[in-house]
Design a binder for this molecule. Structure first.
Ligand SMILES: Cc1ncc(COP(=O)(O)O)c(C=O)c1O
Length: 380
């Protein structure tokens, strides 16, 4: 079966050369806009492309405000700071995620708490979240959610839309609202994905996207914070631009800020990539359809978009029988010119986060043992 899979993927891409997991595609105005940015001399964090990119993305996802940052990790870091996460806080997230989600929590000197995912969505489980909060927390007189065992405030929750498949974000927000917890949505992987017709990243107080080279669209490196809250948007822009107070000729900074602003050069690429985004999503979904048909007749399960959602199918994935089968598949495909990757090792197993509090993580463990990503570059 592994040979048939390799043959099928090589046929899809029309090549027997080495196939990376997700290559970027530059098919539009990328060079034109980057050259324009160079000609304008505005190559750093000021320039028309930064504003254009922010405006285009805000319109596309249906958010009131968008603030461009150096990458998705910095966007998450600032997103958490915006909602008040600090050294006294705890933040609930899923153990099955890319390291950046948990690193951003650590950058705020806050403690991560890991709650399980759903097998269907691969994202945070609303039911397990509610169960954890019921059992492990109480609400104090200030309507803060207090962790019974640490007495710390659980300030925020970061659900993530794994591989572009929307998690049950509406239910998650409902549970969090009940407990006074603010949702910061890690939508790094889900540009172009919708839950019940609403774009991912717009359900929480703050949402975050990534434009790393392997994402649906790329700016080389880049990120975006979206929110409907004007005050938060203003503060996001302020602290991502070194907290500089506007002044015609003096340098005045009113707090410790960050140099997290996206460059105009990168944003020029972003504006061009936004023009191709609808086509990329259409092509990704067509590719997923082909995989679905192919794997229906095989012993591997192809992961499809969850109910009531429309996925960008950023990274395609299959489920193997067990860990041994997973490892054999990874070995065979990588040795035969197809780059495949195991899903992330659970965050709570990494040295830095091994002491974090965890709920029952049986679904996440089940998925870690079985899920493999397969070739997902856009086929034009
Ligand atoms: C789930 C998730 N969160 C955050 C990030 C961080 O984005 P970046 O690489 O742009 O810092 C990524 C991807 O890279 C990601 O997949």
């Amino acid at each position: 079966m592994h040979k048939e899979t390799v043959d099928f993927i090589q046929n899809l891409y029309g090549t027997k050369d080495f196939l990376p997991l997700h290559e970027p595609r530059f098919i539009g105005n990328e060079k034109k806009y980057v050259n324009e940015a160079i000609d304008s001399t505005f190559v750093s964090s000021v320039g028309k492309f930064v504003t254009q990119f922010e405006e285009k993305l805000a319109v596309y996802v249906g958010a009131k405000y968008a603030i461009a940052t150096t990458n998705g990790t910095s966007a998450l870091h600032i997103g958490l700071k915006l909602v008040g996460v600090d050294e006294h806080s705890e933040v609930i997230t899923q153990p099955l995620t890319f390291i950046a989600t948990t690193n951003a929590i650590a950058y705020c000197n806050a403690q991560p708490v890991f709650v399980d995912v759903d097998k269907e969505t691969l994202g945070l489980s609303a039911e397990k979240l509610e169960h954890f909060l019921e059992k492990e927390t109480f609400i104090n007189e200030k309507h803060e959610c207090i962790n019974k065992s640490t007495k710390k405030v659980i300030k925020a929750c970061v659900p993530m839309h794994t591989f572009g498949h929307p998690c049950r974000i509406e239910d998650i927000v409902k549970v969090c609202d009940k407990y006074g917890i603010t949702v910061v949505e890690d939508a790094a992987e889900s540009l172009g994905s919708y839950y019940k017709g609403q774009h991912t990243g717009t359900f929480g107080k703050v949402g975050v996207f990534s434009f790393n080279g392997n994402k649906v669209i790329t700016t080389g490196g880049g990120g975006m914070i979206v929110t409907d809250d004007e005050a938060l948007a203003k503060r996001a822009k302020h602290i991502t631009t070194t907290a500089k107070v506007p002044h015609p000729y003096e340098y005045i900074h009113d707090e410790v800020g960050y140099n997290y602003r996206l460059t105009n050069l990168a944003a020029a690429l972003g504006v061009a990539q936004m023009e191709s985004l609808p086509l990329f999503v259409e092509k990704q979904r067509a590719l997923a359809d082909k995989y679905k048909d192919f794997f229906e007749a095989s012993s591997l399960d192809f992961i499809v978009e969850p109910k009531e959602s429309l996925s960008n199918y950023w990274l395609n994935a299959v489920v193997l029988k067990d860990r041994e089968a997973r490892d054999a598949f990874l070995k065979y495909t990588n040795e035969n010119g197809i780059m495949t990757r195991a899903i992330w090792r659970l965050m709570n197993k990494l040295e830095m986060f091994k002491d974090a509090q965890c709920g029952d993580l049986s679904n996440a463990q089940w998925l870690e043992d079985r899920v493999v990503n397969i070739s997902s570059s856009v086929v034009l």
